[in-house]
Design a protein around this ligand. Structure first.
Ligand code: GDP
Ligand code: MG
Length: 193
């Protein structure tokens, strides 16, 4: 059993996609054990997207470089550098703006392999690359190129913890232990035993 954090980002809320998205997690058998709607402040946004998590910052830069390469775009022309860390730091600033730009719905989901299962249902970071059937693949079309051109984060509707370790850190950041509920779904025994 694992728990994972999902955040329906401001574009998901503003586009009225909340029900459509939550339905997909419930349908696969994941259990909602906590949820709240809030407008994220800079303090929480900065902690959620830490500047000093080098692999996360560089990872975002690498996604940009891959997307640019496929599109034949020169990263120097668009971002002034081809250093994935520097590109990642610029994206992080846009991300903080994005996550604080309107109400979000934060949810903790629980189930077997919850972290991996949620990432599969959510799909690739770039909606352009996300497979049909995934949330990002079915409900959005954004790319690094589109987003970077107007200096904003990729609008991909949801955040989902990337690993069990990240999930533990993020759940503790967003929720108090007493906010997490414990109950049994009626289909739980049928699906697990
Ligand atoms: P995720 O775990 O799939 O959400 O991806 P990351 O943790 O690598 O990135 C966090 C968020 O940053 C993504 O969900 C996007 O909103 C944004 N992002 C990632 N890569 C890029 C990029 O290349 N360009 C822009 N503009 N935003 C990006
Ligand atoms: Mg991530």
């Amino acid at each position: 059993m694992e728990k994972t954090l999902v955040i329906l980002k401001p574009d998901a809320v503003k586009r009225a996609m909340v029900g459509e998205i939550i339905k997909r997690f419930e349908s696969v058998g994941l259990k909602i054990v906590a949820s709240k709607m809030l407008v994220v402040n800079d303090d929480l946004a900065t902690k959620h997207y830490p500047k000093d998590r080098k692999e996360f910052i560089t990872g975002m830069g690498k996604k940009t470089l891959e997307n640019y390469k496929e599109m034949g775009v020169n990263p120097h022309d668009e971002m002034g550098t081809d250093d994935p860390h520097k590109i990642g730091l610029a994206i992080r600033e846009w991300l903080v703006k994005y996550i604080t730009s309107g109400p979000v719905l934060a949810i903790v989901l629980e189930g077997p392999h919850a972290v991996e299962l949620v990432r599969k249902i959510v799909g690739h970071t770039l909606p352009l690359k996300a497979a049909p059937g995934t949330i990002r693949g079915d409900l959005a079309f954004d790319s690094s190129y589109l987003a970077n051109t107007v200096k904003r984060a990729i609008k991909n509707l949801v955040h989902a913890s990337g690993s069990v370790e990240e999930a533990k850190f993020e759940i503790a950041l967003w929720f108090k232990p007493e906010d997490i509920c414990s109950y049994k779904r009626v289909d739980e025994d049928e699906m697990i035993k």
